[in-house]
Design a protein around this ligand. Structure first.
Ligand code: ZN
Length: 479
């Protein structure tokens, strides 16, 4: 039988606010344990939460970017459960009236663009973090409450995804949009973007949903795709054997490449939601939403379309150059000094990307700034250096931070455009390679490129390639 997978994702995004959602404690990652805590975020008796306006703004921005309807009158609820990382024994979240609903996100699939529904987007506070330690024969759990109260948005997709690849594309696209909005740093390895996946399988074409399992603890998009692939195959194998699938929460073991059961439905929590009595309902007026909508930055899809139309770039180049706002900014900044989109695109995606990868640094830390790259490209156009030499110059610029002109001057890399100088070398090369010359005259076109190579070698790559070709042909026809 043919099966079809049904996947929905729940993505938690930590918002990059200065302070936490209900108190003034710093929300930054990486501080000494339990140094960013106060009675409010520890939930001590008698304390009252005060909502952080910036967190709501960020959540509205995310909702608008995901084409959601904003709920004009929403509220907060207590989600009750007991766990050591949750000092209050309840989490302030949103239940029946989330901040936003009914949105969508468009992803690219091999069969074209696809709209994935977004069921809801709500605000909540993050919990603390458990650190498990081994000491001799004993193991302990230590708890760090710095993260308790950091603002989160939870974005729940419709079960519209049909393959691990689609799930990955959706999660990556969502992350890209959050980065463009500047509302989260989205670092999966630091937990500021966390993905839970719900998956079930059913006979292809069926409308009935199969029993689903939930996968937690994936910490990269690659793991997400791997975990889903594993889980889908596990479901199919179960059904083929005539077994029932147990509705449960499973964890992903990256090293072994398998999912394993964490807890079954019987142990599932009954959260006993009820309205948070310490916070007034949240009234979001339309004017506020409109002012935020106007202030939204250009989003990835719009930027990609503009790069294609305005700069005449091929689609794949436009995709690469709009992968992050930083890459797009670098590209457009370079164009201010050197308005040749295709050339700039080739260098940003080619030499620059290669050097950044090798050095393991982001484009914002590139030692070669946009203006310096533009200057290098102008030297090629002016015929001062060849395109090939320019690559060496670029590497030197990247390694030393020096500008192109000084490197070209210091190393004597100026292109040789003097006909007489090149003609002399051409004659020497012809004289030294009688057999190759005979081959060429016998009709072997390839022999010419060997001779060109020899001239370039003799001039350390500095000869103007066009002139070398032209003069070689001239000299060869003369004999
Ligand atoms: Zn606090």
């Amino acid at each position: 039988m043919n099966y079809e997978a049904v996947i929905g994702l729940e993505i938690h995004v930590e918002l990059k606010t200065e302070s936490k959602i209900f108190c003034g404690c710093r929300a930054a990652f990486g501080a000494e344990p339990n140094t960013h805590v106060c009675p409010v975020c520890l939930g001590l008796p008698g304390t009252l939460p005060v909502l952080n306006r910036r967190a709501v703004e960020y959540a509205i921005m995310a909702a608008l970017a995901l084409n959601c309807e904003i709920t004009p009158y929403c509220k907060f609820d207590r989600k009750n459960y007991f766990y050591p990382d949750l000092p209050k024994n309840y989490q302030i979240s949103q239940f029946d009236l989330p901040l936003a609903r009914n949105g969508y996100l468009e992803i690219d699939t091999p069969s074209g663009p696809k709209r994935v529904g977004i069921v809801r987007l709500h605000l909540e506070e993050d919990a603390g973090k458990l650190v498990h330690v081994q000491y001799g024969d004993s193991s302990y759990a230590l708890v760090d409450y710095n993260r308790a109260g950091v603002p989160l948005i939870e974005i729940v997709s419709a079960p519209d995804l049909r393959s691990p690849e689609e799930a990955r594309a959706y999660a990556e696209k969502l992350r890209q949009i959050m980065l463009y909005l500047g509302i989260s740093d989205c670092k999966m390895e630091e937990g500021s973007l966390r993905v839970d996946a719900n998956v079930s399988v059913r006979p292809a074409g069926s409308d009935i949903l199969g029993v689903k399992t939930e996968i937690k603890n994936v910490n990269s998009f690659r793991s997400l795709a791997r975990a889903l692939t594993y889980e889908i195959e596990r479901h199919i194998a179960c059904l083929e054997r005539g077994e029932e699938i147990v509705q449960e929460t499973r964890a992903w073991d990256e090293e072994r490449g398998i999912t394993f059961s964490m807890r079954s439905k019987e142990e599932a929590h009954d959260y006993r939601y009820f309205p948070e009595p310490d916070l007034p309902p949240l009234v979001i007026d339309a004017e506020w939403v409109e002012s935020l909508r106007k202030a939204l930055p250009e989003l990835p899809d719009a930027k990609r379309r503009r790069f294609i139309e305005e700069y005449g770039l091929p689609e794949n180049a436009a995709t690469v150059l709009t992968a992050t706002p930083e890459v797009a900014d670098y590209f457009e900044e370079t164009l201010k000094f050197y308005p040749q989109p295709r050339q700039v695109a080739n260098w940003v995606m080619g030499e620059l990307a290669r050097c950044l990868n090798a050095a393991g640094i982001p484009i914002t830390a590139s030692p070669v700034k946009p203006q310096a790259l533009a200057q290098l490209l102008k030297l090629i156009d002016a015929g001062t250096i060849s395109g090939k030499i320019a690559k060496d110059v670029f590497e030197e610029m990247f390694a030393t931070g020096k500008d192109a002109e000084s490197i070209v001057k210091e190393k004597g890399l100026t292109q040789i455009t003097d006909e007489e100088v090149i003609r002399q070398v051409v004659r020497e090369v012809i004289a030294a390679n009688p057999k190759v010359v005979a081959d060429y005259k016998g009709g072997k076109e390839k022999a010419l490129s060997f001779l060109v190579g020899q001239v370039m070698k003799a001039t350390r790559g500095r000869a103007n390639p066009g002139l070398v070709n032209q003069l070689l042909k001239e000299e060869l026809s003369r004999e």
